[in-house]
Structure formats: C-alpha cells, structure tokens
Design a protein around this ligand. Structure first.
Ligand code: NAD
Length: 412
C-alpha cells in the first residue's frame, strides 16, 4: 500500500494542527519534503532502488542514517526523514532531517557486493551530501564499515578530506568512541528517568525487547548489567521467553555465533507477534516500523512502551494505547542518543579537537535528561491530556516554524 507509513504522519499533523493552532500553510510546510533524490544503482548486473531525502533544512544541514533493507521504499525513507527533522529539533541539534535507503537484502550479498553497493550510493548522491549539506549515518543493516567505504568514496569524488560528511565511522577514521552503543545508551538513560518518574519497582519489573541489533542488543545488555529482569528478546527469525528472566550475556554469545537468538535452552521459542503481547511491564521496541497497529494494540499488556525503533506504533494504535493509559515514550526522544553522539563526532571532525569519552558521556546524559524533562513539563502544561509523542512533536514543530519565519521562508 502506497504511503502506509507517511499517512500516519499526516494524520498526526492534522490532530496537532488543532492542538497547536497551526495554520494550513504551516502544516503544509511540515508535510512536504524539501528534496527527494532517487536513483537506480547498477551493481554487478543488478538494478537497486536508492533514495536520499532531505525533509527540512531550516535548522541546519540534513542529518539522518542510511538503511539497507529489502522493504525500503520512498514512503519509508520520507517518513524516517520527517522523524529525523522532529528529533533533531526536539533535542536542540543544529540539523534538519534527512534519511537514505537502499532496497536490497544485505544478508544475501557477500562483502565485496556490500562494498560495491555502498560506494555506488555515494557515486550517485555525493553532490547532495557534505558536512554543511547533508550528513548520513548508520541505520538498519548498515554499520561503521559501510560508513568507512562511503567516506572513502566521497573523498575520492570530491578530492579532499572531509570526515564530517558522515558519522558513525570507525574510530581510526575519526569516529567517536561513544557512537556504537549511543542509541541504546540514550534509551537506557530515558528508561531510568521513566522508572524514577513513575516509581516502578526495579525488583519486580519484567521487560521484553523486540529487535536484537545495534539498538536492541545494547539496551538489553545495559538493562541486564544494571540488574533488570529481561524475560523475552527477539530478532527477525523469532523470539525467546522465560518468565524468570534470560541471561543476556549468554544470548549475545548465541546471537554472535548462530546469527539468531533462537534455541536458547533455558527459554521457549516464541513468535515476534507473540513477544509483543507478553505479560510484561516494559516493552522495548527496537526493530522496525508499524509493529503495534490497530490490529494488536488492544492485546498489548505492557503498561510502558519505550520506542527505540523509529515509528513502531501507528497513529491508530497510539489512540488505543492512550485510551488504555499505556505510557508510550516516543522514538523521537528515546532513540535520539544516536544522533546526539553523531553530532559530537561531527563537531570533533570539524574542529580537529578530540574530546574525552567521559566528558561526552556526561554531555549525552545531560542532553537526554534535558529533552526528557522538556517533554514531561510541557505535557503537564497540557494537563496530561495529550500523549508524550504529541507533546514532543509540538515542542519540535514550534521551533522549526519559528526558524522558518525568521528566515523569511514562511510568511504569516
Ligand atoms: P540493526 O540492523 O542493527 O538491527 C535490527 C534488528 O531488528 C535485528 O536484530 C533484526 O533481526 C531485527 N528485526 C528485523 N525485523 C524484525 C521483526 N519483524 N521482529 C523482530 N526483530 C526484527 O538495526 P538498529 O540500528 O538496531 O535499528 C533498529 C531500529 O532502531 C530502527 O528502527 C532504526 O531506525 C532505529 N534507530 C537506530 C539507530 C542506530 O544508531 N542504530 C538510531 C536511531 C534509531
């Protein structure tokens, strides 16, 4: 179905228009991407669709990851770029929103093909990128090695060094020590704030985590190390469940050897859809979009949902969860640690100044907590009558619109 993800966004914007008293012109601006670049990558006789979309650049250059996945579509990339725009504004970064995507299955190609596709992406889009124009980063099924190939290809094309054109690079190529687990770390900081605010009892909390890649694996590891009980995890092949808790370190070893979390002896295998409905207190969504929809929202038992993935809950499902008093901590806040640390990396690349890891960790903590408090305080100002996602959007949108007016691009 065309626009099945972005239609959620337009529905939300219609509702937010009423709450925030925004004009049609303002909403029109927020619903329209600034530039859609798409191309067909010709690699080893195959034709592969690719996109790089800048949704808005009023607060600064485009910023957002590149996804390699067989289901990538323009609708998805555009939605991800929109969320980056909201996120960057919410956490006060000097960036607009952008995203890239390449439609193929990286699990079905060898390393050489992966490198060729990564380089080809840059060959076709390099004129659209740059440290002051649009800055990619990793997303689903892309990693620091992919960023390294992309940086190399970009610098070969433009003929000079420019490490700030991409983030999430390996340390040896001017990456940032914190970047690898930054998204999870930011989510972990928010999880702790949420537990404090809602006075949850750490000893009795049961947690399920959907997705066991960069975001899901690291947050599971952090929660487990901190003494929380994780009763279920899953990846694209399925999930595992033990109501008494899982040994996450053991599961990481299994995942690293078999590429799957399945068949861990001290747990039963479950389906991905089954994981979502488990009797847990906190559900961490760390896989893909549209996991909780109007079809399964009623069956969700968790009272708290942390969205580490982008867009895992549809607009209709949000309504159902809100009426059930389920607290959803939104993606644009929870997973912003990734782009915050990308920002640190970008600053270091531009100044040549390498900052202490401990200092950056403190800065990340501060930025996450500031954003969390901003959302909670604003929600209170609205009498807690709107959900936290709507609240976060209102904060972000107001800032973007002010910037658009100051630039004279939006006349009132
Ligand atoms: P990843 O490629 O490292 O991992 C994705 C994981 O999801 C894998 O374990 C995969 O097996 C699993 N998965 C895929 N389909 C699934 C399904 N239907 N059910 C359960 N698991 C499934 O990707 P990632 O970087 O961890 O990204 C996950 C989510 O977090 C995405 O929505 C991404 O946009 C978001 N995110 C990631 C970052 C980052 O820095 N990596 C930053 C912000 C947001």
């Amino acid at each position: 179905m065309k626009n099945k993800i972005f239609s959620n966004i337009t529905n939300r914007l219609k509702e937010i228009q009423k709450i925030g008293c925004f004009s049609n012109k303002e909403i029109q601006l927020l619903s329209t991407p600034k530039k859609i670049n798409n191309a067909t990558l010709k690699v080893n006789g195959k034709k592969i669709s690719a996109w790089r979309i800048v949704f808005n650049d009023t607060l600064g250059p485009g910023k957002g990851g590149i996804r390699f996945h067989p289901d990538v579509s323009e609708d998805e990339v555009q939605s991800l770029a929109f969320w980056m725009m909201i996120k960057n504004s919410l956490v006060d970064l000097p960036y607009g929103g952008a995203k890239g995507g390449v439609r193929f299955d990286p699990r079905q190609v060898n390393n050489q093909e992966l490198e060729n596709i990564s380089r080809k992406f840059i060959d076709v889009f390099y004129k659209e990128l740059g440290q002051d124009k649009d800055i990619p980063a990793p997303d689903v099924y892309t990693n620091s090695q992919v960023m390294a190939w992309m940086l190399d290809e970009y610098e070969r094309k433009v003929g000079h060094h420019e490490p700030g054109m991409i983030t999430g690079k390996p340390l040896e190529l001017q990456g940032c020590d914190l970047r690898n687990d930054a998204t999870a770390k930011g989510g972990f900081i928010v999880a702790k704030e949420m537990i404090k605010k809602f006075k949850l009892n750490k000893k009795t909390i049961r947690i399920a985590v959907q997705g066991f890649g960069n975001a899901g694996l690291y947050i599971s590891q952090m929660l487990y190390k901190d003494g929380f009980k994780i009763v279920a995890v899953s990846d694209s092949k399925g999930g595992i469940y033990n109501k008494n808790g899982l040994n996450i370190n053991e599961i990481i070893k299994i995942k690293n050897t078999t590429k799957s979390v399945l068949d861990y002896k001290q747990a039963e295998n479950i389906t991905n859809t089954g994981l979502l409905k488990l009797p847990v207190d906190i559900l961490v969504l760390a896989a893909l979009e549209n996991q909780i929809t109007e079809n399964n929202a009623e069956e969700i038992q968790a009272k708290y949902i942390l969205e580490l993935a982008n867009g895992p809950i549809t607009y209709q499902a949000d309504k159902i969860l809100f009426s059930k008093k389920t607290i959803v901590i939104p993606d644009v806040l929870v997973n912003s640690g990734g782009v915050i640390v990308s920002y640190f990396e970008w600053c270091q690349n531009r100044t040549g100044n390498i900052l202490e890891k401990k200092y950056l960790e403190k800065l990340l903590q501060q930025k996450m907590i500031t954003a969390w408090e901003k959302v909670i305080t604003t929600n209170k100002e609205y009498g807690n009558k709107i959900d936290l996602r709507t609240t976060a959007y209102l904060i972000a949108i107001k800032k973007i619109l002010i910037a658009e007016k100051l630039r004279g691009r939006l006349k009132v």
